[in-house]
Design a protein around this ligand. Structure first.
Ligand SMILES: CC(C)(COP(=O)(O)OP(=O)(O)OC[C@H]1O[C@@H](n2cnc3c(N)ncnc32)[C@H](O)[C@@H]1OP(=O)(O)O)[C@@H](O)C(=O)NCCC(=O)NCCS
Length: 394
């Protein structure tokens, strides 16, 4: 039998199961649950092997909204190396091989949540946005005036959820253009805390929805907390109506936990009555895998007409390195080789600039942008936008 290549897709169920064993041990989880997760990824699983499976990962082919347009990205998850083989460069080898494949055949971006940021930074990923969970006391939530109605949804409502999600999140830098596998994650709930789904409508026209579970903390008696997976409000009235809906559980529940942008309109509403604290924050990293495609597929303001030159440094993908000219007009970016005399921008800095996470002056303080400051104002105007975030984890 021919020897399998060092890097590649699992060869059948046995290799999938062996990788499931590695991730289950790495993340202290259940092998059967991880096997199901790996199988749901179909062909989007990659392993390193030398006879036996040594390391692996899963990826999601999805989109991420930047400047109002969905840009394809490979979202990487489940990176794991056998415990006895760690600190020998195996994760670096696996991620380098994936990056090369991503560059040659895949999406212009790659996105991930890092447990070991140095591993990814070394290869060109940089922190570029956050996922913040906030906590609010139910007893102090605002109420709607009753002009909108809240109605339960059943499993047939996916199309409506997708439409409302998209209308709210497509304008936010960094939010995922969700694929089915991400929606399944959002909706997955343990049997003892089933998912609840409600839409808020004005005369039958939807203005928002929520998906949530109810969870009792050990030792809290009969009281519980409400955890929104999605709390999507297209209008201020919808926000007040849904918050009031949650508040009507205050006799038996304490808090509402929800994901929102760092400067979310929902927070403005809540902060009228209470201090809203960040309960948990995780930061995600972005990799600009193919510089011209990534820049040309992003959205931009149609009111900015400007040009900038940059010299990109990308040690891991040298095809991205070199001089580039960026021309923006009518909301479309043209990217061409050449144009000397611009500043040096590390590809990690480009990721943070691209997402809207760091402006040129901040990149300079981080050492990711050096040389002439002549193009900084143009770069700032091109990438100005909302603070990048996402409500999802993957
Ligand atoms: C994190 C993990 C994948 C690293 O694998 P590995 O083969 O040991 O890593 P490498 O030897 O290729 O090291 C690559 C870089 O990652 C960094 N790194 C490695 N292990 C790390 C760890 N446990 N914590 C933080 N950083 C780590 C190293 O510093 C190294 O950078 P350097 O060469 O500049 O020093 C491995 O320890 C693992 O499977 N851990 C459990 C699961 C996990 O955390 N996965 C990451 C999810 S994003």
């Amino acid at each position: 039998m021919a020897k399998l290549p060092r890097y590649g897709e699992p060869d059948g169920d046995a290799e999938r199961r062996r990788y499931a064993g590695i991730v289950a041990q790495a993340f202290a989880g259940d092998v059967d649950a991880f096997t199901g997760w790996i199988n749901s990824a179909g062909p989007d699983v990659r392993l390193l092997r030398d006879g036996d499976v040594q390391a692996g990962l899963v990826f999601y082919r999805m989109g991420q909204f930047f400047g109002g347009r969905s840009v394809p990205t490979w979202g990487v998850a489940g990176v794991g190396v056998k415990p006895e083989l760690r600190s020998q460069g195996m994760a670096r080898e696996l991620m380098s091989a994936l990056l090369q494949e991503n560059f040659e055949l895949g999406a212009p971006l790659s996105t991930l949540y890092p447990a070991a940021p140095k591993l990814y930074r070394n290869l060109g990923w940089e922190f570029a946005g956050s996922r913040c969970a906030y906590a609010a006391r139910l007893s102090e939530l605002p109420h709607g005036d009753g002009s909108l109605q809240v109605r339960p949804l059943d499993d047939s409502a996916q199309e409506l959820l997708s439409e409302l999600y998209r209308r709210r999140h497509a304008v936010e830098n960094g939010c995922l253009d969700r694929i089915d596998r991400i929606w399944e994650r959002v909706k997955r709930a343990p049997r003892e805390t089933p998912l609840c789904a409600y839409v808020v409508e004005r005369n039958g026209v939807p203005e928002g929805y929520t998906l949530y579970i109810q969870k009792r903390e050990p030792g809290a008696g009969f009281r519980y907390d409400m955890h929104a997976r999605d709390l999507v409000c297209l209008t201020r009235d919808a926000a007040r109506e849904l918050l009031g809906f949650f508040a009507r559980n205050r006799s038996v529940a304490n808090h509402l936990y929800f994901y929102a942008a760092p400067q979310d309109p929902l927070l403005i509403e809540l902060q009228l009555n209470q201090e809203v604290r960040v309960h948990e924050r995780q930061d995600w990293m972005l990799r600009i895998v193919r510089v011209p495609d990534a820049l040309q597929q992003r959205g931009y303001s149609a009111h900015v007409k400007t040009e900038a030159q940059v010299t990109i440094d990308d040690p891991a993908l040298p095809d991205n390195s070199g001089d580039w000219t960026l021309q923006l007009s009518d909301g479309r970016m043209q990217v061409e080789r050449g144009g000397r005399g611009g500043p040096r921008l590390h590809v990690r800095g480009l990721a943070a600039l691209y997402s809207g996470s760091l402006a040129p002056a901040q990149l300079r303080h981080a050492g990711l942008l050096t040389g002439t400051e002549q193009h900084d104002a143009a770069l700032q105007a091109m990438f100005a936008g909302t603070t990048p975030w996402m409500p999802d984890f993957f």
